[in-house]
Design a protein around this ligand. Structure first.
Ligand SMILES: C[S@@+](CC[C@H](N)C(=O)[O-])C[C@H]1O[C@@H](n2cnc3c(N)ncnc32)[C@H](O)[C@@H]1O
Length: 177
C-alpha cells in the first residue's frame, strides 16, 4: 500500500487538496492517488483548480456522496478562507504536481497546518532532499521543517509512491499540540 490508509478514521473530517488530476496528463483513474481512500467518510471537502476533473469526481465517480463539498479554486485561497472562519479538518491530504512540492513544503505550510487538527499528508521527492541537502529520512525532514517554520510537528511516515524522477514520496505530518 502506497497511501497511509491506517490514519483514516470514518468519523474524521477530511480536506483533499489537489485531488482531481488532469485528464490530458494522467492515465490513472481520477482521484486514484487519494480520493478513493476517503470514500467511506461523510465529511469530506475536495479542492482543485481543474473544473473538468472536479466535475467528473462530483457528478460521476462520487455523485452518491451527498454531503461532500466540491470547490474549484486555488487551494491557498481556500485554506486562507478556512483559517479566517476557523474551520479545521482532522486530516488534510494534498497531492500537488511534483514541481509544486517545494513551494508547498518550504513556503506555504503555514497556510495549511493551522487548519489541520491531526494529520497532513503531502508530497516529497528525492529532488527536494538533494536540493536541500537532507537525508531521505523522517528525522532529517522533520528537523528541517520544524526549524524553518519554528513549529513542532512530527513526521510519522515517509512512503515511496514511485521511482519517478529518482523517487516520489508521501510524507505524513502529525500536529503536536
Ligand atoms: C498530481 S495531480 C492530482 C492527482 C489526483 N490526486 C488524483 O489522484 O487523480 C495535481 C493536481 O493539483 C491541482 N492543482 C495545482 N495547483 C493547484 C492549486 N493552486 N490549487 C488547487 N489545485 C491545484 C491540479 O489541477 C491537479 O489536479
Amino acid at each position: 500500500m502506497t497511501y497511509p490508509i491506517e490514519l483514516i478514521n470514518n468519523e474524521y473530517s477530511a480536506l483533499l487538496l489537489c485531488c482531481a488530476g488532469d485528464i490530458k496528463n494522467n492515465t490513472h483513474i481520477i482521484g486514484n492517488n487519494d480520493v478513493q481512500y476517503f470514500s467511506n467518510l461523510d465529511n469530506v471537502t475536495l479542492v482543485d483548480l481543474n473544473p473538468d476533473t472536479m466535475n467528473i469526481l462530483k457528478n460521476s465517480l462520487y455523485k452518491h456522496k451527498q454531503n461532500w463539498v466540491f470547490i474549484v479554486d486555488d487551494m491557498y485561497k481556500v485554506c486562507n478562507n478556512f483559517l479566517i472562519t476557523n474551520k479545521k479538518f482532522d486530516i488534510i491530504s494534498c497531492d500537488p504536481w511534483t514541481n509544486q512540492m517545494e513551494d508547498l513544503l518550504f513556503n506555504n505550510l503555514n497556510n495549511i497546518l493551522p487548519i489541520t487538527n491531526k494529520y497532513l499528508i503531502t508530497g516529497f521527492s528525492k529532488i527536494l532532499s538533494d536540493k536541500y541537502n537532507l537525508n531521505l529520512n523522517m528525522h532529517s525532514i522533520e528537523t528541517f521543517i520544524n526549524k524553518k517554520y519554528n513549529i513542532n510537528i512530527s513526521i510519522i511516515n515517509l512512503i515511496k509512491r514511485s521511482g519517478y524522477l529518482g523517487g516520489i514520496y508521501w510524507i505524513v505530518m502529525q500536529k503536536n499540540n
